[in-house]
Design a protein around this ligand. Structure first.
Ligand code: B12
Length: 198
């Protein structure tokens, strides 16, 4: 599967400045380990609208099978714009949302049609399970840690267990990070308490 992972937090939108998108770099690493092709677009790197547009156009022309969107709640506005962009420019792609915004405001995302599925909490297991189902042409509707819209209602599936052995995870796929633009690397972790208050 061709998997495009997009960080929707724009550079200028947040108070504390740029931090590397650790979550989607972990997701890129596990997806690549399973043999999927991955591209990452980190909108946090760009402050010019023209650059954002160019990178999104390039990504859409790659024709991803699955688009994974990641962002903070503070970035709801760009999240919406990016989601609507991929609905138009990659109409056959499945759109999956994860990270803090999708974990806390999945009903907003799903009822507006900005994603087909929201993942809450740790994303590695759910992402691989969705890719596996998608590759086999099967529905991910019943997978744990996912929510989706059915009719007028939002269906929240039960959560997954936290990852038991963090050492089994590959390192983040740093080759997707643009070190020329951003050298600051975080040394934090939210595993087992994803998206919980600091
Ligand atoms: C460490 C940390 C920081 C650090 C570094 C952050 C970083 N990006 O590296 C510092 C101190 C700099 C920081 C700053 C801020 N933070 Co902070 N931070 C955290 C903390 C404690 C852990 C984040 C982390 O590194 N997780 C590890 C990575 C690997 O996990 P992850 O990014 O969540 O990704 C996983 C899942 O979310 C999921 N996932 C993510 N994206 C996607 C996409 C798809 C498609 C899928 C399927 C899954 C998926 O899978 C990933 C792998 O398991 C969390 C609380 C927590 N326990 O999660 C708050 C948290 C993320 N921060 C928060 C906030 C508000 C901020 C600030 C906006 C504060 C401010 N006012 O400036 C800034 C924004 C910084 C920025 N530019 O991103 C909120 C976000 C709330 C929300 N709903 O948006 C959180 C959740 C805390 C809270 N509950 O209030 N933060």
């Amino acid at each position: 599967m061709k998997v495009l992972l997009v960080r929707t937090d724009l550079r200028t939108g947040l108070e504390c400045g740029y931090v590397a998108p650790l979550g989607i770099l972990y997701l890129a690493a596990v997806a690549e380990r399973q043999g999927h092709e991955v591209r990452v677009v980190d909108l946090g790197l760009f402050s010019r609208v023209a650059d954002v547009g160019r990178h999104l156009e390039n990504a859409a022309s790659w024709r991803p099978d699955v688009v994974g969107l990641s962002g903070l709640s503070a970035s709801a506005a760009p999240f919406r714009i990016v989601a609507e962009f991929f609905r138009r420019r990659a109409p056959t792609a499945l759109i999956l949302a994860g990270g803090p915004f999708a974990s806390s405001e999945n009903d907003d995302i799903l009822s507006n049609g900005w994603a087909d599925y929201c993942v809450f909490g740790e994303g590695e297991g759910p992402l691989l399970a969705v890719l596996d189902r998608r590759a086999r042409g099967e529905s991910p509707d019943d997978l744990p840690a996912l929510s989706h819209r059915r009719g007028g209602a939002i269906v929240d599936n039960p959560p997954r267990d936290f990852i038991g052995d963090l050492d089994a995870l590959p390192f983040p796929a740093w080759r997707h990070h643009d070190f020329a633009r951003a050298r600051w690397l975080p040394g934090f972790s939210g595993y087992a308490v994803p998206n919980a208050p600091v």
